[in-house]
Write a protein that binds this ligand. Structure first.
Ligand code: LAC
Length: 221
């Protein structure tokens, strides 16, 4: 049997979205983590909402509007210039410490590796470059081609269209429970990378394979 194709969620799985608080701290000293978490939460909520409405705004616009919301809701203000600076930081988020070692081992084991994300092609290209993922990844699949967001089925279908393989031969690796639920719903294999200390969405059971790091994933596969 040929190796499964492994597709990796980007934000929260390969790179640390909440790490953006380090940059926010220069303007919002004591509240940066709360604002970062709300920013992320609202960003995802907007993707769900737009997809349910049958509307599309790209992930950069969604991220920017979610930042506006997070600031409003917490009573902070940032100048447009600072917001632009912060958005630029979104394209050089830090990879988690296990990422390079895990991916290198998976590459040595001859697994095809692809990024699969809500991010726009522009965001993903920049981030893959800054996080030094270009050498191990065969490329990326952006939800932008479907003009819709995870976890709708048509977005997961892109992985099959892109690779020419049936969905059950493709495995999503994601730290985001909603993404795992979406992949399994679409008929893919899924591994949850538990970066949240065991809290999976209580809508259902976690998938059969759960790991803490990509290094552990590389040992298990
Ligand atoms: C992504 C978001 C869901 O990278 O984390 O697709």
């Amino acid at each position: 049997v040929a190796q499964e194709t492994l597709v990796f969620d980007m934000y929260g799985t390969l790179v640390n979205v909440i790490g953006i608080q380090q940059h926010l701290q220069q303007w919002i000293r004591d509240d940066a983590e709360r604002v970062s978490r709300l920013w992320r939460q609202k960003q995802l909520e907007y993707t769900f909402l737009l997809t349910l409405l049958g509307r599309y705004e790209d992930f950069e616009q969604v991220t920017r509007k979610a930042l506006d919301y997070a600031l409003l809701a917490t009573g902070h203000t940032l100048s447009d210039e600072h917001k632009v600076q912060l958005m630029a930081r979104y394209n050089d988020l830090e990879p988690f410490p296990d990422v390079h070692e895990g991916l290198k081992t998976l590459q040595q084991k001859k697994y095809p590796l692809i990024v699969f994300s809500n991010g726009t092609p522009t965001m993903l290209r920049a981030l893959m470059k800054s996080a030094q993922l270009e050498a191990v990844m065969e490329g990326f699949i952006s939800a932008d081609s479907a003009r819709a967001y995870k976890p709708t089925r048509q977005v997961y279908q892109l992985t099959s269209t892109h690779t020419g393989r049936p969905l059950h031969e493709i495995r999503l690796i994601s730290s985001n429970p909603f993404d795992i639920i979406g992949a399994m719903n679409a008929g893919m294999q899924a591994t949850w990378i538990d970066r949240s200390g065991g809290i999976f969405d209580t809508l259902g059971e976690p998938p059969p394979m759960v790991v803490k790091t990509l290094v552990e994933l590389a040992e298990k596969l």
